[in-house]
Design a protein around this ligand. Structure first.
Ligand code: HEC
Length: 255
């Protein structure tokens, strides 16, 4: 018991020192997002693994597996960017950070999208919706990351005229509407997103948005027929493959 308290004290001290001195490099901010994502998986393990009848089946959706799979996906998706993961060290460029964070969250969401049938199917093969969808995972991860770092990440959309499903968290503000519009009208912003320095209420921020495209795995919920209900009970928006579904928006305060 003493040892546990002692380790806890050391960890807390390290944590406080790190945050109080602000000595946190870019790499650790990316790691922080990864940790926030993995935490969400860990916290939802019983949800994934418990069948309707209360029995437990290990489905292989472990935090370790998820951490590796999402990082691999991130590395693939960040090929072609102007930076390398190893560049994300001290004295980071806020543009690279914005891009890296949003690509990582997009990558992790794709892994959750691919795991939907596993998440929502019981051991005996029956459907058992667990309400753990890519965007729900993204929202929980973003909230955890915000708590740890103060950096805002949000998933947003125009919903093909239907607005966001989750109006409370995912409604686009005016900067986000502008960025989504750029993706639709300016082809060059479509690959790796769009970012700029802005001043809002007298404070300086770097804002960045990464485009989210509709992939095959998204269609069961966001595809056709428009207006019909998906497994989560929301109305399908009628998107088609490669349509712009929305974006991941990052807002980082600057001095
Ligand atoms: C199993 C159903 C399901 C699948 C598959 C799915 N989504 Fe969603 N999506 C949802 C639900 C439910 C919400 C509302 C989430 C919330 O409560 O925040 C949502 C919300 C979103 C949002 C936030 C904007 C809004 O409407 O609130 C985006 C962006 C999004 N989804 C993109 C995607 C993309 C891209 C994929 C594929 C990679 C995907 N989704 C796959 C069910 C799904």
């Amino acid at each position: 018991m003493k040892r546990i308290i002692f380790s806890f004290l050391i960890i807390t001290t390290l944590f406080i020192t790190l945050f109080a001195t602000g000595k946190r490099d870019n790499k650790s901010l990316l790691d922080e997002l990864k940790a926030s994502a993995i935490t969400q998986i860990a916290q939802n393990q019983t949800l994934f693994n418990t069948n309707k009848d209360g029995s437990v089946t290990e489905k292989g959706l472990t935090p370790e597996w998820f951490g590796k799979a999402s990082y691999k996906q991130f590395k693939t998706m960040s090929k072609g960017t102007t930076w390398k993961i190893r560049d994300l060290t001290e004295n980071y460029d806020v543009r690279q950070l914005g891009e890296a964070l949003s690509i990582y969250l997009a990558a992790a969401r794709i892994i959750i999208a691919r795991s939907q049938s596993k998440i929502n199917t019981d051991a005996d093969g029956t459907k058992n919706p667990n309400n753990f969808y890519p965007a729900v995972f993204g929202r929980l991860t973003a909230a955890e990351f915000q708590k740890r770092t103060g950096i805002d990440i949000k998933q947003t959309t125009t919903g093909k005229g239907m607005g966001p499903r989750n109006k409370k968290y995912n409604t686009a503000d005016s900067w986000e509407k502008m960025a989504l519009n750029k993706f639709e009208t300016l082809e060059s912003t479509r690959a790796f997103g769009f970012g700029e320095n802005v001043t809002e209420s007298g404070k300086n921020y770097y804002r960045f948005m990464y485009p989210l495209e509709i992939k095959n795995t998204c269609l069961s919920c966001h595809g056709n027929p428009r207006g019909s209900k998906d497994i989560s009970g929301y109305k399908r928006e009628g998107y088609e493959i490669h349509d712009l579904r929305g974006g991941i928006s990052v807002k980082i305060a600057q001095n």
